[in-house]
Design a protein around this ligand. Structure first.
Ligand code: CTP
Length: 397
């Protein structure tokens, strides 16, 4: 039994909170609620209050209610704060540390863990400002559940932005309330690369690839869940950094190599980034159309995986990725030898993988090959980390 303070902000998905409140009450939790002004336009405080059977606060300046209950007391006495749906606006105000309404004032006053379930239009979720706010909140320790991909309420809109399903929110609440076990990789440091790199052509243009960073981020999340300290070196992506990892945001391959080297020593390195093999000798000024089609001279980028494998500070376990469309295992074996790493996660990209949510992989080491079924990127991360934990274990093992 816990006291879970719900902060509901504006959005069509606010009605789903009625179901979440009902299920939390069934489990015996107390569920006081704070609603933003916008939230009250989507679901009434009356229906929320009827289900929560606990105070529903909506106005910072309602003095009688404030004397009776007090948002600071509410904030301080909660075991967990659930912000759902967390609108783009509320995330922005949380990230800025604002306290200009009851919801943000309560969030600023709480010392309890905060779990946020964002929901918004996919364009709003993909906007760099939202990504920045989410990354800042994650760095502050806010955990996130969702958003999920799917159809939006707006006709014809689809993409990432839907509120996580009530069952997923409840599972995330259980995980947030569970006492933290030490984890099989406690005391270990892992460096993970993720996402694409951007190689500048001139001050306003760059070469990039379609990597979403989902696989690398999922591995970083799984390593953190296993108790490792994780440095996530990520190229530009629109997804948030998982809670509890140290994010180093980079742009180019050379930045990524410098960040990885600065993060060493580490026990584990997982290089899941889609690093651009070549960079451009970038022009110092914006290229003009009137100068005619430019000739781009490409120079080979440093190979981060090979450099780390050959480093004097080489982590005990170095894992690389390979994207192949044919002869998957044979090419992976070749890459293992060329790059000097211990394992290759060979990704069969003959199907649509980049930007997708699933992967079909083979785990290739010098003496064995494991064929894994088609799995979600999260499951690939969890399985890989289970293998890593078997091989490395916690510090002192
Ligand atoms: N890698 C890296 N630095 C680079 C290039 C790649 O660290 N400059 C890493 C990637 O993070 C990944 C692995 O090396 O772990 C992929 O190697 P790469 O040779 O790029 O393989 P593919 O993408 O499969 O491309 P190709 O088959 O053309 O070699």
């Amino acid at each position: 039994m816990a006291r879970i303070l719900l902060v509901i902000s504006g959005g069509i998905a606010a009605y789903k909170m009625l179901e979440v409140i009902r299920r939390l009450r069934e489990r015996g939790h107390e569920t006081p609620v704070v609603m933003t002004d916008a939230a009250t336009r989507f679901v009434t405080p009356l229906s929320v209050g009827a289900l929560s059977n606990a105070p529903v606060l909506t106005d910072l300046f309602d003095l009688d209610r404030e004397r009776e209950i007090g948002h600071i007391r509410l904030a301080r006495s909660a075991d967990l704060v659930l912000v759902a749906p967390a609108s783009a606006d509320l995330l922005s105000r949380m990230a800025a540390g604002q306290a200009d309404d009851l919801a943000t004032a309560t969030l600023l006053a709480t010392g309890a863990p905060v779990l946020a379930a964002p929901a918004m239009n996919p364009h709003m979720w993909a906007h760099p400002a939202t990504a920045r706010n989410v990354a800042r909140l994650a760095a502050d320790g806010v955990r996130f559940i969702g958003p999920e991909a799917g159809e939006m309420a707006e006709r014809g809109e689809a993409g990432v932005g839907r509120l996580a399903e009530p069952a997923a929110i409840l599972a995330a609440i259980d995980a947030a309330l569970a006492p933290a076990a030490p984890g099989p990789l406690a005391g270990r440091h892992a460096v993970v690369t993720s996402g694409p790199t951007h190689e500048p052509i001139d001050p306003v243009r760059y070469i990039a690839n379609r990597s979403s960073g989902r696989q690398g981020h999922a591995i970083a999340a799984a390593l953190a869940a296993a108790g490792a300290r994780v440095t996530l070196v990520s190229g530009p992506v629109t997804i948030p950094a998982p809670a509890g990892v140290d994010l180093v945001a980079v742009e180019s391959a050379r930045d990524m190599l410098a960040a990885v080297e600065a993060a060493l020593p580490a026990d584990i390195a997982v290089m899941a980034a889609a690093v651009a093999d070549f960079r451009v000798d970038a022009a110092p000024h914006k290229m003009k159309k009137t100068d005619g089609p430019p000739v781009l001279t490409l120079t080979e980028n440093p190979d981060i995986l090979a450099t780390v494998s050959a480093s004097s500070a080489r982590p005990r376990l170095v894992v690389g990725f390979a994207a192949e469309t044919q002869n998957v295992v044979a090419y992976a074996r070749d890459k293992l030898a060329r790059k000097g790493c211990d394992w290759i996660v060979a990704n069969d990209v003959s199907a649509d993988v980049f930007g997708g949510t699933e992967n079909t992989v083979h785990l290739v080491s010098e003496d064995r090959v494991e064929d894994w079924p088609r799995l979600s990127k999260e499951e690939v991360g969890t399985r890989l980390v289970a293998r890593i934990a078997e091989t490395i274990g916690a510090r002192g093992d």
